[in-house]
Write a new protein. Structure first.
Lengths: 258, 351
């Protein structure tokens, strides 16, 4: 894997306040291109809020989001994917009454220029269908392509969620707990999938994850958040050795096995 | 070369058998009813009074209702926007047609052009509130807009144009489509318009644009996250819906040819809602089936029960929602899918 020092996505003193609660407090991070950057921290540390600020779902109270040198802080949420940033959700967020195929086909159609061709059948636009089939195979849902999304087992819904952000082929993937609620034996499969996509496709992946073994083994860089602030930053080895992190978060529960 | 064309044609016939048979029945309807009444087809062509002419009139009303219900299904059933101001979409078409012809003496094509322009303007008016309100708030804002329209047409200041609470009367319809003397022609024009609009709707829902509308109904936040600026898709659905409802209003005025202020009030929006609840929300064809059931039920009850008809029809609708919540077409589709899946399982069991 080629890892450059080029920064693809960064935040500058970003802050989000809900009333008296400061959910994200003055967070500045830099994400290197083609890296797998994990965000960890206890529940309520502000990880998902931070993702919402990056993806445009929320507007920050102050601070900036810079993508490839461009300030995208106040762009509407539907522009995010057009820049090349895809985002998945911790709580499965799909089109429940549409088939798996249609969910992913819609995701691949979005960036094309055929959205307002209301006089032609959608089956006329083969490129989106082909793209959808390709993604469905990548995430391993080929057998389930024609089932309704809501009837999928939870693990498959997580794969669908991943497929929906892969379809438009973004450069940066923001994955908010992609393995949340999955059976533990399914987790390695999905993580291997994400790693494969990142390495082969030269993607930058930001990952919120609770499974420490996963985080330590796959990440290039880790940011630890605690009470809305950055507690520590570094490589997996540095984080595991960090005394502050040990007490605040890992609490001695995590046995370092590197 | 003829072989593939033939097989494609036969495939088309076999997959659309029900629709084509219905179409054939509707084309023959005036003549069949006439024959049952002892009228020859020549007499039907001559628009002589009788059961056939009466049946044509009822059918024309159903076609207009079906158009109106289709337009409501597009924004509610397909795109998921519950508008309580939908009767305004119909009312603008109906009133503008009456006023253009009666007060300003415009020709029919000019009137239709004006109606379409007004339809687009009102879709944009509704669209202006779209980015700001969603769900129940949208329903309330549209209810407000619709009520304003009702108050305006009922106002005595506009009485010389709209007829206020008496309604707009004395619209002179061009002789060639006079509902009294050329009803058979009116019948076939209305049938053609309904079929064309229905096919257009089918295509719209199946198009990239319509697919996004369905996605908005399912999960608007996710549709935005996928990169769709949902505002434009909702505006597209609203515009098509507004054009269709205004066209239905245009035909309503030509057929009646009076405009009662009742078509501009909240009750007429509920009529559209009832029709698609009966037929099946979001199915399109449910709007057609629902319009037939709604109008015939209303007609039958009024004829045989009289005064208490609306009470009985209310009870029937409650029973409908309780026992057939997906409507006639929705339930039919679900059941036929389940039966098909059942057969497939049975075939698997026995290899």
């Amino acid at each position: 894997m080629t890892m450059t020092t080029e920064i693809i996505l960064e935040t500058q003193n970003i802050r989000k306040q809900f009333g008296a609660l400061v959910a994200v407090d003055d967070v500045s991070i830099k994400v290197r291109k083609n890296s797998l950057h994990a965000i960890i921290g206890p529940n309520g540390a502000g990880k998902t809020t931070f993702f919402n600020l990056l993806s445009g779902n929320l507007e920050p109270t102050s601070g900036k989001v810079i993508y490839k040198g461009r300030d995208i802080t106040h762009q509407p949420v539907h522009r995010t994917i057009h820049f090349g940033i895809g985002r998945s959700f911790q709580i499965t967020n799909i089109f429940p009454n549409l088939t798996v195929f249609e969910n992913i086909r819609l995701a691949s159609q979005a960036l094309g220029s055929d959205n307002f061709k209301f006089w032609q059948a959608s089956s006329h636009f083969k490129k989106y269908e082909e793209r959808a089939w390709h993604v469905i195979e990548t995430v391993g849902l080929k057998e389930r392509a024609q089932t309704l999304a809501r009837t999928l087992p939870h693990g498959d819904q997580r794969k669908l969620e991943l497929g929906m952000i892969l379809a438009p082929d973004p450069e940066v993937l923001l994955l908010d707990e992609p393995t949340a609620g999955m059976a533990s034996e399914q987790v390695p499969e999905l993580i291997a999938l994400i790693q494969g996509i990142q390495k082969q496709g030269n993607k930058t992946v930001m990952l919120v994850e609770h499974n420490m073994n996963v985080v330590m083994s796959v990440s290039d860089a880790i940011t630890v958040m605690h009470q809305g602030m950055v507690l520590a930053e570094g490589t997996p080895a540095e984080i595991a050795a960090n005394k502050e992190v040990q007490t605040a978060y890992l609490g001695g529960l995590y046995e370092l096995n590197v | 070369m003829t072989q593939p064309t033939n097989s494609r044609l036969s495939a088309f016939f076999s997959s659309n058998r029900a629709a084509l048979l219905t179409l054939l029945a509707l084309i023959l309807l005036p003549f069949i009813v006439g024959m049952m009444d002892g009228e020859s087809p020549m007499m039907v062509f001559a628009n002589e009074s009788g059961n056939s002419k009466f049946a044509q009139g009822l059918a024309i009303e159903i076609f207009i209702l079906a158009l109106y219900a289709l337009s409501f299904d597009l924004i509610f059933g397909i795109t998921g926007m519950l508008s309580f101001g939908h009767s305004m979409f119909f009312g603008v078409g109906a009133y503008l047609t009456g006023i253009s012809i009666k007060t300003f003496g415009l020709s029919l094509p000019a009137t239709l052009g004006l109606v379409f322009i007004a339809a687009i303007v009102q879709a944009i008016l509704f669209g202006l509130v779209l980015p700001r309100v969603k769900g129940i708030t949208f329903a309330l804002v549209t209810l407000g807009l619709g009520s304003v329209f009702h108050i305006v047409v009922m106002s005595s200041e506009l009485g010389p144009y709209t007829g206020a609470d008496v309604g707009l009367q004395g619209v002179i319809v061009p002789a060639f489509i006079s509902p009294a003397n050329e009803r058979l022609r009116f019948y076939f024009i209305a049938l053609t318009i309904l079929i064309l609009v229905y096919l257009l709707y089918k295509r719209f829902v199946d198009s990239p644009t319509g697919r996004v509308c369905v996605a908005i109904r399912e999960n608007e936040g996710r549709a935005r996250m996928l990169g769709y600026n949902t505002f434009y898709f909702k505006l597209a659905a609203l515009t098509l819906s507004s054009l269709t409802a205004a066209l239905a209003g245009f035909m309503h005025t030509l057929y009646q040819p009076i405009v009662s202020p009742n078509i501009a009030n909240m009750g007429f929006t509920v009529t559209a809602l009832l029709i698609i609840l009966i037929g099946g929300v979001g199915t399109l064809s449910g709007a057609l089936v629902g319009a037939v059931v709604y109008r015939l039920l209303d007609f039958g009850l009024r004829r045989y029960i009289g005064e208490s008809a609306s009470f009985i029809s209310g009870a029937v609708y409650v029973l409908f929602v309780l026992f057939i919540p997906f409507g006639i077409v929705g339930t039919w589709k679900m059941k036929s899918l389940q039966i098909k899946q059942g057969w497939q399982r049975l075939q698997k069991l026995f290899g």
